[in-house]
Design a protein around this ligand. Sequence first.
Ligand SMILES: *Cc1c(COP(=O)(O)O)cnc(C)c1O
Length: 433
Amino acid sequence: MKFYSTNDKELRVTFREAVMKGLSDDGGLFMPETIPAFDKTFIENIDKYSLSEIAFEIISKYTSDDLTEDKLHEIVKSSFTFESPVKILSDNLGILELFHGPTLAFKDFGARFMARTMGYFAKDLDKELNILVATSGDTGSAVASGFYNVEGINVFILYPSGKVSSNQEKQLTTYGNNIIALEIDGTFDDCQKIVKTAFLDNDIKNKLYLSSANSINIARLLPQSVYYAEAFKQLKELNKEIVFSVPSGNLGNITAGLIAKKMGLPVSKFISATNMNNVFTEFIESGKFNPRKSVATLSNAMDVGNPSNLSRIIELYDDDLELIKVDVDSSTYNDETTKLAIKEVSENFNYTIDPHGAIGYLALKKFYEDNDPSNYIGVVLETAHPAKFKEVAESVLGKEIIIPERLDSCLHKEKNSIKISKNFEDVKKYLLS
Ligand SMILES: *Cc1c(COP(=O)(O)O)cnc(C)c1O
């Protein structure tokens, strides 16, 4: 299997190259040249497969040129170490909990698989691989956790001083060893600019082998198809049509679901649920793509004004909006409605949902206004644990949210960061020292 660039169909690279580059030189995203179909027996017998066996079945179809079966088994076994249960709240509502990983968000699935895959490929390099990431919070912790103690790789996380939550800062700065937190005296945009400049700087490029751990890396996308199949496995005996409602920002999560459907997973519909950064909802309604600056919302991991995975969705459907609309619905909600939904889910179902999942819940409810619920089991992807957004949930529900032990333990560790100015030359001096 080769991968092409969404900017140039003629350009073909191997899985290894696509992973190590992240983004194509022409700025495009890598896409598999074909979407392979599942074996029929896999869907029929899926209840006999464990989560990591499902992961192997899906991912091996893309990686067999570059990863042996043994190697891939080893990588998926050590990546998919936590469950993704569907909690059934009513006859037509389920919650797919994707927050059982180390940093309490679905990004752990992609980050862990990418880290282990890159770690394996990095063994063939003659020097250490240095990963630079700019983060406004969540991505940095998933990447840090994924790469922690992976041999041959150093991770430099650039975060804006004083502009991430104290919980997030602890998650970034308490790993140590190969994870180095650079606390930049500036904004998230300054951090991102430093990373971009570093990739173009010849002195750095000559001395260090650099890569990024960007969310558009194909090794973060493929493992995200896995939990859709895992959810199907858990829902199969209900014998209902399945609808997934996906809280969306950069559209990586829903793209992975659409790929699973194209491979043969029986899903009736995907709903992309957006906050006021509703560029994709507009696209579905009008066919017009109008990227713009993001605005801040309660569901901040979805505050994306220019969703990069849209180009992958367009590729999957041959640039045919009508075909996209057969599989994909989208609707959009503001902060006030989000808070009401958190309350409603708590009162009606005795379940605490986070602001991202709440938007997924609202979009599913809207779907049921137009479609008879009795035919369906609608599954909201709960992309983060409510404790990550403790303040919101506590102010809406008026009760304390218990922090899971895996987040709590790092909150008691000592913060360890290197403070640097937002001046690129200062960061460069540090990296070259
Ligand atoms: C990243 C993130 C999202 C958005 O996912 P995309 O793949 O960018 O659409 C939604 N919820 C949470 C909690 C996230 O961290």
